[in-house]
Design a binder for this molecule. Sequence first.
Ligand SMILES: [Zn+2]
Length: 354
Amino acid sequence: MSEIPLFYVYTYNDVDRAFWAEHLKDWVPPRLLDAHVHIVDPAFQIEPLTEELRRSYWVMELLEMQDVETAARCIRTVFPGRDVGCIGFGFPSLDWDVEGSNAYVFAEMARRGWNALALVRPSWTAEQIDTLLAQPGVLGVKPYYQMIGRDTQQRDRYLEASIFDFLPHHQLEALDARGAWVTLHVPRSGRLGDPDNLREVRELRRRYPRIVLVLAHLGRSYTLPHAMEGLQPLADDPGLYFDNSAVMNPEVHRFAIKTLGTGRILYGTDNPVFYMRGRQQWRGTTYINRTSHSFHFNKEREAPEIEAGYTLYMYEALRALKWACEEESITPGQVQAMLHDNARGLIDRVLRNK
Ligand SMILES: [Zn+2]
């Protein structure tokens, strides 16, 4: 069979079909729930990225957003024969029409029986949060430090912000009152293990215990040292959840399963970014993204015969998770918990409280 387009520069080809058949087909359960996927009509982008910003950091070149029809088509392609649900949200940036993005995502996700999180401006009042949460299928919010202010020069102007700078207490009170969902991408270059992050996550859990708090990307643990610094100190809180989106490192998946158990990990892709083709390599606390497309950031190419064997990042992430499960003797039931049931149970809890 031939190569077919997925989205943007991403395609699905015979390497992917063979990878699915060899590594994933017999392991991926019949039902999946992607708890971290960006879905929004690109028409809601009001300010195009400057070329300077686009070339400033690898992920900036991958921020083309997929509308809901594209997302559904890609899901049917990459998960043949599977029943896949999503928790979707727009792209958290003030270069986008935040209100318009939210309205689009809420309507389109509800139409498909999927669920949505709202992007939030830190300036919004508790009443505005309440109005968002009252929309059908909306579980909660996806705050982000870039929502503090616009910066056309640099991506990470607010990286060192406090969590409460972009998710203020008056919003947390409204979210707690409704038992709503928060998917939190932790700030700070030290990632989850930064003492200020650990203290603020504990404070958030203590003061707002009804919130379903999900730390995105296993707390941004893309390497084993970061996972050890961030996950271990929070392992004793059974009500704290993690999505494993954008994590490709098998040792990180294994450490997360060992440390947190399988009842608190939710599957996520971070698509559309993880339709990229290639692999990741790690050294200490750093990683390098290998890919075969001629992005600006793609300076260190591998040999053509190696690149020809690349599959989708999201497939590599699933293979890494599968390896971790095998190493830790995880049962098929526990695999299904991480890939579907944990998120489903939390969604049902939030919807009952609405
Ligand atoms: Zn994301």
